[in-house]
Ligand binder design. Structure first.
Ligand code: SAM
Length: 343
């Protein structure tokens, strides 16, 4: 490593940590050089700036810190900016597993991309590639191993909740974390919350943790997801959250008629087929959070119409209270959320 001459704050060894904290607060630490000690004094490399007057400043040679290159930099260096953008715009990290989409131009080098990701991102231990779209009723993605450890199970923390899951066996997307946070903020004390299509439990667990007085039930068809959901309830020590294995329509008919104050419907590819079910479960005043993929142009209006028609069939009234584009999906499609109250 190379020594670099520059300014440093000199303090007695016993005051080292305190001074470092103060300099950090002031944004005056020079991260490019290392802190060193000669046994009696500590030398903290500093930048020019307001507040330095309070410290004893000396000129000294300190070791330079080698800057670690990130994934973005490594990719751009090896394959050029344009190709790097193609990979970077479409990769997710779930716990310590990265899931990438490899553009056609880089397919011949996909394992190298995987290795660069391991090198450039400290927290990533496994790199997988999307080898197809989401498939079947369980909406699971086919994955191919590119680099790192040979496993597909991980633990992920979102909005203060720990979740174990296997990315090759269940649906999971970290891209809805901001929506889960929003819904957590909407729930009121003592509510009965029904999460249809609950997966390994992200909506249900996060709501349950934030609102101990709410009763939260998830319904999920994929037995592997339900097994993780149950493990996650234990992992987070939640007594107000439970999960039902089975089809949402059947579960509601059997156990949740006129039960819910709030219903979450995160099934963007077909939630409208379950609108009759939602109306059956809804108490008067119930709020429904309805997720749907729609055409960018005119798609939302059609979704509103479907909800209106289902309300009519159920003899209920709906009031639309919130709408938002959650995320882009393709050139012509976006995912939206519509919140409506059922009276
Ligand atoms: C888009 S994923 C959402 C999972 C979860 N809410 C999340 O955000 O991670 C949809 C989930 O619905 C489940 N599912 C599909 N059809 C179902 C049905 N008829 N009844 C209950 N769950 C169903 C799938 O297995 C899948 O886990």
């Amino acid at each position: 490593m190379v020594k670099a001459r520059g300014r440093a704050a000199r303090v007695k060894k016993s005051d080292g940590q305190k001074t470092k904290n103060k300099l950090k607060e002031l944004g005056l630490i020079d991260e490019v050089r290392m802190i060193e000690s000669d046994g009696k004094y500590v030398y903290i490399p500093v930048l020019e700036g307001k507040g330095l007057g309070k410290f004893e400043i000396v000129e000294i040679e300190l070791e330079g810190r080698e800057k670690r290159k990130g994934f973005r930099e490594l990719l751009a260096e090896r394959f050029g900016e344009e190709n790097a953008k193609g990979v970077l715009s479409s990769y997710d990290v779930v716990g310590d597993i990265a899931i990438v989409q490899i553009p056609k131009e880089l397919e011949a080098h996909e394992e190298e991309v995987g290795k660069l990701l391991l090198k450039g991102d400290n927290k990533v231990k496994v790199v997988l590639k999307k080898a197809g779209g989401r498939e079947g009723e369980f909406r699971v993605t086919r994955l191919k191993h590119l680099a790192g450890e040979g496993r597909t199970e991980t633990e992920y923390v979102e909005n203060g909740v720990r979740m174990k899951l296997d990315v090759s066996k269940v649906y999971f997307s970290p891209r809805l974390s901001h929506e889960r946070k929003r819904i957590m903020g909407e729930v009121r004390d003592g509510e009965n919350v029904l999460v249809l299509f609950a997966g390994v439990g992200p909506f249900a667990l996060e709501i349950g943790k934030a609102h101990p007085s709410a009763k939260v039930v998830g319904v999920e068809l994929n037995p592997e997801a339900v097994a993780y959901f149950k493990e996650n309830i234990k992992l987070n020590k939640l007594e107000n959250v439970s999960v039902e294995l089975g089809d949402a329509k059947e579960a509601v008919k059997e156990k949740f008629v006129s039960w819910a104050n709030r219903i979450v419907m995160p099934l963007p590819m077909g939630a409208e087929e379950f609108l009759d079910t939602a109306f059956l479960a809804a108490k008067p005043g119930c709020v429904v959070h309805f997720y749907r993929m729609v055409e960018r142009v005119g798609g939302q209006k059609r979704a509103n119409e479907k909800i209106g028609q289902a309300a009519k069939r159920a003899g209920r009234e709906v009031e639309f209270i919130f709408e938002k584009e959650v995320r882009p999906y393709s050139a012509s499609t976006v995912q939206i959320v519509l919140d409506f109250r059922v009276n």
